[in-house]
Design a binder for this molecule. Structure first.
Ligand code: COA
Length: 166
């Protein structure tokens, strides 16, 4: 139960989502099966200079998960644990695709736990079809005119086409 007395189990699924891929959507859907509410949140990774604006990334995620009743989409700029506390979340969801993700995720999860002991990180494995996927690869293929139809929802493919045409 959260501190406000609500028994709703809320999870935050944060990321850069530049752009959202089928792998992200798969993780969000799995989380939505486990929690009462999942907030997919476009957050700031200070090491990245995104191609899409925060607003564009939020719109693309919203369109991708519009059929799932208990997923909301948001954007924030600040410490993830502060946002999670504000939203009364119990968990942070992250996707684990391969062993190579582990060290980085482990570091983030333990740092977040140090900052806020009440919030746990839950790792979910996307479907094996998506384990090799990331947003950089998708942007790279789209930039050079390749077909990203297998990797992202159709509306994201259109946004990429438009972005690289201009
Ligand atoms: N399918 C496809 N790709 C996936 C994926 C999946 N299921 N899961 C992860 N990825 C990819 C992403 O596309 C991304 O690829 P890219 O590097 O090519 O863009 C990469 O794996 C990991 O990125 P992402 O999941 O978006 O995380 P991130 O490392 O960019 O974001 C934040 C990390 C934003 C959550 C973190 O920096 C944060 O919490 N920021 C807020 C500030 C804060 O609190 N900092 C302290 C954290 S300890």
């Amino acid at each position: 139960m959260s501190k406000s007395g609500s028994s709703e189990r809320i999870a935050i699924y944060p990321g850069t989502f530049d752009p959202v891929t089928n792998g992200h959507v798969d993780v969000a859907k799995r989380a939505a099966e486990l929690f009462d509410k999942v907030i997919v949140c476009v957050a700031v990774n200070t090491l990245k200079a995104p191609l899409f604006t925060g607003e564009e990334r939020v719109e693309m995620i919203r369109e991708s998960v519009k059929d799932i009743r208990n997923i909301e989409v948001d954007e924030f700029n600040g410490l993830l644990v502060d946002y999670a506390r504000r939203m009364e979340a119990r968990a942070i969801v992250r996707g684990l695709r391969a062993v190579s993700d582990f060290e980085y995720e482990f570091q983030m999860a333990l740092t977040n736990r140090k900052l806020c002991a009440d919030i746990d990180t839950v790792f979910l494995m996307p479907h094996e079809n998506y384990t090799y996927l990331n947003s950089t690869i998708v942007r790279e293929i789209a930039r050079f005119g390749g077909d990203v139809g297998e990797f992202v929802p159709p509306h994201v493919k259109l946004r990429l086409l438009k972005k690289f045409r201009t």
